[in-house]
Design a protein around this ligand. Structure first.
Ligand SMILES: [Zn+2]
Length: 238
């Protein structure tokens, strides 16, 4: 007993330090485990990553969610594609319509004025000499000074005196078509003027080789006179 109490009294500080050290170790290990317990879960780690900009796609919990998201994005793509295709088709139809309208606007239609047809297109006897000759247009008998209108959209390419034709206007309509207006008394446009169907381009008269006040009207297709009273071929063929 004496031995033990002696040993204890001698080793007391040692035991005290030992117990203190053990307690400190327990505390350290415990706090380390606490830190581990609060380490980020995989999903939290993902959110952190996306916040850092490393992951741009939303985090998806299950395979089903992934498939649904894919399906939704595919549906949206299909709708957008259908909308874009419909829009493209509308634009194409609009462009085709405008092109057809533009082509029709450039195609000579009707007559430059209302008048009595005194001479038709083609073979006839010359009104002055009585000899057989060819008539390249139609003659419309009207009082001098009657307004003459363009029969289609185009550019005035000639204005002035032209021999037997007298005071003449020529309009180029594109696609090989020209219209000629002859024997006028007064011109209302100059070369280079762009006109539309119905615009007044001149006033009729009796100039050039003419036996009385009238308008001589011609349509030429690639330089060859055609009958202004016959229907023109469609714009597709022009
Ligand atoms: Zn004539």
């Amino acid at each position: 007993m004496h031995f033990f109490s002696h040993w204890f009294s001698q080793k007391k500080p040692l035991i005290f330090y030992g117990v203190s050290a053990a307690a400190l170790m327990i505390c350290l290990v415990g706090s380390h485990q606490t830190i581990q317990a609060y380490a980020p879960l995989p999903s939290q780690a993902k959110e952190v990553s996306s916040l850092e900009g490393e992951v741009t796609t939303p985090y998806l919990e299950t395979e089903e969610a992934v498939l649904t998201a894919l399906e939704n994005s595919f549906t949206v793509d299909t709708q957008k594609r259908a909308q874009a295709e419909a829009q493209a088709a509308r634009i194409e139809r609009q462009a085709a319509r405008q092109k057809a309208e533009e082509a029709a606007a450039h195609l000579p239609e009707g007559l430059p004025l209302e008048g009595v047809i005194t001479s038709e297109f083609g073979g006839r006897s010359d009104p002055a000499t009585g000899q057989d000759s060819r008539h390249d247009g139609v003659d419309l008998g009207v009082a001098e000074g009657t307004a003459v209108a363009a029969t289609a959209k185009g550019t005035v390419v000639f204005t002035g005196e032209m021999g037997d034709y007298g005071l003449t206007i020529v309009i180029d309509h594109g696609n090989g078509y020209e219209t000629w207006y002859a024997h006028n008394s007064l011109l209302a446009v100059t070369e280079g003027t762009i006109v539309s169907r119905g615009n007044i381009i001149a006033y009729s008269g009796n100039t050039g080789y003419s036996t009385g006040p009238h308008l001589h009207y011609e349509i030429r297709q690639n330089g060859v006179p055609i009958d202004p009273l016959s229907p023109l071929p469609s714009t597709d063929e022009a």
